[in-house]
Design a protein around this ligand. Structure first.
Ligand SMILES: Cc1cc2nc3c(=O)[nH]c(=O)nc-3n(C[C@H](O)[C@H](O)[C@H](O)COP(=O)(O)OP(=O)(O)OC[C@H]3O[C@@H](n4cnc5c(N)ncnc54)[C@H](O)[C@@H]3O)c2cc1C
Length: 476
């Protein structure tokens, strides 16, 4: 085992500005954006990242190439002064474009106002931008090819495996933040000390990425400003637009069973499956067979754990604390919101000027405030899978969506569709979930014996809304 340059280099920075050094494990989306906001506050930041620098090496294919960015994530990017640079990377998506079995398409808008859109963004480009922005502060050092394997909280030491030298190294730390994703080593270390819950719940479904290239003239082959969905009951395909006029297509399906990644294991079965279920997609997927058989099959799971912190030494944020299934497009957004809360707690309890730091309060308050919200979005993400693959074409579901927009128009301070509360506003996920339950019951009652919006009894609707829904603060 060797003592490395890392320790001395981080201490050199610390000597320069006397601020504490925070160690992050993982320079993914959450780690690198967290580093920007810590650096902005004057903290020194050292990050250990398992992978090579993605700015120098191409990313592996088939791993969630683009993501839906929405209001919560945008808020944190604004706090980091990055939205000017992020905006040119975004493609707005105004609603779900539903592709029926017969090839017909229809758009279900996400919201009623022009600004109620979500944005497709390249994961790699956003991650690279955050890394570069963090390093630009001069007090952030990212060590690539450096995998955290163990944490000794008594000695405040990390064991880092250096992939290049193939050596273990020991690094001391003051505070460590686990931003190392769903299989977090920091979570394992915290829970080896003290664990009330540390569950990884597999969904039983996985995903495979495919791609629709631009046409021969470099144009999009489908409506660019939409998130496309082929809902088919037990499974579905979605497609998000990219800036280069391609689409990243994701097939979600059970891992095992009659129609599953296991059973569709040869070219004939694959072609037959697509001909039956996604025939309009076949001409758009020239590399279907190669991509299906060569790209990895991602597994989906929900992580629920408690606690998210250990004393004044360690905290988990992002997927390390709450990996969720991707059907609400909120994993990254929720991770970014964790950062906003962490910074609020740092601003409240720490003072770099007077060198007073209360990390115990920062970590325990962040944990206390974020954990219920992490659990709420985890539940809502699973519900959204069922909604996307099963319900979007159900006439009752469509009627209730239409009515929800109408109630929002009439009583915007009280009734806001749950999807809008999650995607376009920042009230805590837990509150959105609870209000969503009440609203769902109201919608059910108002639509139980009718088929069209004209038949709704709006006097009764007014009574229910006033009786059950207090005024909502959408952006506390
Ligand atoms: C198919 C799919 C689609 C998705 N779509 C959306 C979407 O539309 N919108 C959305 O908001 N979210 C989406 N998500 C979720 C989103 O990808 C995650 O929530 C987000 O990437 C979490 O960021 P993170 O930085 O916490 O973790 P990660 O992105 O997993 O980053 C963790 C980093 O830590 C590094 N690391 C891991 N272990 C170690 C270790 N031991 N030592 C050092 N480094 C380590 C990894 O190499 C990585 O760089 C999607 C996810 C999937 C799978």
């Amino acid at each position: 085992m060797t003592q490395t340059n890392q320790q001395s280099s981080s201490h050199q920075v610390a000597e320069k500005n006397q601020a504490p050094t925070i160690t992050l494990i993982g320079a993914g989306l959450v780690g690198s954006l967290c580093a920007v906001l810590l650096a902005k506050r004057g903290y020194n930041v050292v990050i250990f990242e398992r992978r090579a620098d993605m700015r120098e090496q191409s990313m592996s294919a088939g791993r969630s190439i683009n993501l839906a960015l929405s209001n919560r994530g945008i808020h944190t990017l604004k706090q980091a002064d990055l939205m000017d640079q992020v905006e040119p990377m975004l493609t707005p998506m105004r609603g779900r474009m539903i592709h029926d079995l017969n090839g017909e398409q229809h758009l279900q808008p996400y919201g009623q106002r022009a600004e109620e859109v979500i944005y497709s963004v390249s994961r790699g480009d956003l991650n690279k931008l955050c890394m570069t922005a963090a390093e630009a502060y001069g007090n952030v050092t990212i060590h690539f090819n450096s995998r955290c394997d163990a944490i000794d909280f008594d000695k405040q030491q990390l064991t880092i495996y250096n992939e290049l030298t193939e050596q273990n190294e020991q690094h001391s730390f003051e505070q460590v933040i686990g931003t190392d994703g769903s299989a977090s080593s920091v979570r394992n270390a915290i829970h080896a000390r003290h664990s009330q819950q540390n569950i990884v719940e597999p969904l039983g479904h996985g995903y495979k990425e495919l791609s629709i290239p631009p046409d021969s003239e470099g144009n999009f082959q489908m409506e660019p400003e939409a998130l496309h969905i082929w809902p088919r009951g037990g499974y579905m395909i979605i497609a998000l637009p990219n800036k280069d006029a391609s689409f990243t297509v994701t097939l979600f399906m059970p891992n095992e069973g009659e129609l599953s990644f296991d059973s569709i294991d040869n070219k004939n079965r694959l072609q037959q499956f697509f001909k039956q279920q996604f025939s309009d997609l076949i001409p758009l997927l020239p590399n279907l067979e190669t991509e299906y058989f060569n790209n990895p099959t991602g597994r989906l799971a929900t992580v629920r754990c408690n606690p998210w912190h250990y004393q004044d030494l360690a905290l988990l944020i992002g997927d390390a604390a709450h990996a969720i299934v991707p059907f609400h497009g909120q994993g990254m957004n929720c991770g970014f919101e964790d950062i906003t809360e962490l910074m609020a707690q740092i601003d409240q309890h720490n003072n770099c000027q007077t060198a007073q730091f209360n990390w115990q309060a920062v970590f325990s308050e962040t944990d206390k405030l974020r954990q219920p919200n992490g659990n709420a979005i985890a539940d809502m993400a699973i519900e959204n899978y069922i909604e996307m693959r099963d319900s979007v074409n159900d006439p009752k579901f469509v009627l209730q969506k239409e009515l929800a927009f109408e109630l929002e128009k009439r009583w915007p301070d009280q009734f806001v569709p749950r999807y809008s509360m999650v995607m376009f506003h920042r009230l805590p996920y837990r509150d959105a979930q609870q209000r969503g339950e009440t609203q769902k019951a109201i919608l059910k009652e108002l639509t139980q014996s009718i088929d069209t919006i004209e038949q709704v009894d709006f006097d009764h609707a007014k009574h229910l809304v006033n009786e059950q829904l207090l005024k909502v603060n959408l952006n506390p």
